[in-house]
Unconditional design. Structure first.
Length: 293
């Protein structure tokens, strides 16, 4: 099984840099990534993938599922400028009587329970002011350090995207407030946390509505964002936001590149067109962090 997975990864790496349309092109996700890059005058000039088997499931009707993780690195050239994108894929391969038959990437957002019980706008404001200066570089440095690992000083979640972004914002100087009320402010402390710290939909509402401590202003397009700013994603377009990323760079056209958890990625193009969670109904919110001085 491992040898067959190794061959599969080799084919996917070859697909990243191939310009042909031969049968080697078996991964729609990679084709979407290449198409997106082509539309931005970019291309993958080199790719590397390393895989690790996580678990081998129970055989059922001669089919054995194998869970495995892949770390992809893409060297991208765009308008003469090079940058490195990285991502972690969590995948499942099925083997029928020991022979590979199917491979698919998990969609971590597909089975998320929409937090209907989690309030959106219960953030009672305080009269006390929390003065701070947002250090965008420190936020980005934190995002780069922890993009593919987890700071033991914080709790880790299965869906960790907003928790990770909160940590980045806090590293940039965003002050916690509201403890111990989970529906108030933005905080993580003593093994507890506010909805706005960990829930994508709550952060989406909290940042632009806050008038004390950490807050943001909504802008109309991605190109208006600076490094250290935040993008919120509603993959289904149903009004409930599922995902949060932080801007950690810009491509050669000045468009945001983002870091994220769930699944872990760095310097990824902001639109997520190559994501398994992407749908034609996707909606975005672009939030630029404002200082409070």
């Amino acid at each position: 099984m491992r040898d067959q997975l190794h061959e599969l990864l080799k084919k996917r790496v070859q697909q990243c840099v191939s310009h042909s349309r031969s049968s080697i092109h078996t991964c729609p996700k990679i084709e979407k990534k290449k198409e997106s890059l082509s539309g931005r005058s970019g291309e993958i000039v080199k790719a590397q993938a390393t895989g690790k088997v996580i678990s081998v499931g129970m055989e059922k009707e001669d089919v054995t599922p194998v869970e495995y993780r892949v770390h992809f690195k893409y060297l991208i050239k765009q308008k003469g400028v090079f940058y490195m994108e990285e991502e972690i894929e969590e995948r499942t391969a099925d083997f029928y009587k020991g022979v590979f038959v199917e491979d698919r990437e998990k969609n971590p957002f597909k089975d998320i329970i929409k937090e209907e019980a989690f309030p959106d706008r219960v953030f009672e404001e305080e009269e006390e002011r929390y003065e701070y200066e947002y250090d965008r570089m420190k936020a980005v440095q934190y995002a780069e350090k922890w993009w593919n690992t987890y700071n033991p000083a914080y709790k880790k979640f299965d869906v960790d995207c907003t928790n990770y972004i909160s940590q980045c914002l806090h590293a940039g100087g965003g002050p916690m407030r509201g403890y111990p009320n989970r529906g108030k402010g933005w905080w993580m402390r003593s093994g507890n946390w506010s909805y706005s710290w960990t829930v994508a939909n709550s952060m989406r509402w909290y940042l632009p509505s806050s008038n004390s401590g950490l807050r943001a202003e909504e802008v109309s397009s991605a190109d208006q964002l600076l490094i250290g700013d935040v993008i919120c994603y509603d993959f289904q377009g149903d009004g409930r936001f599922d995902h949060t990323t932080i801007v950690t760079g810009k491509d050669a056209s000045g468009m945001p590149l983002v870091n994220a958890h769930t699944y872990n990625s760095r310097m990824r193009y902001w639109a997520y067109e190559d994501s398994t969670a992407y749908t034609p109904n996707i909606k975005y919110k672009f939030l630029t962090i404002t200082d409070d001085q």
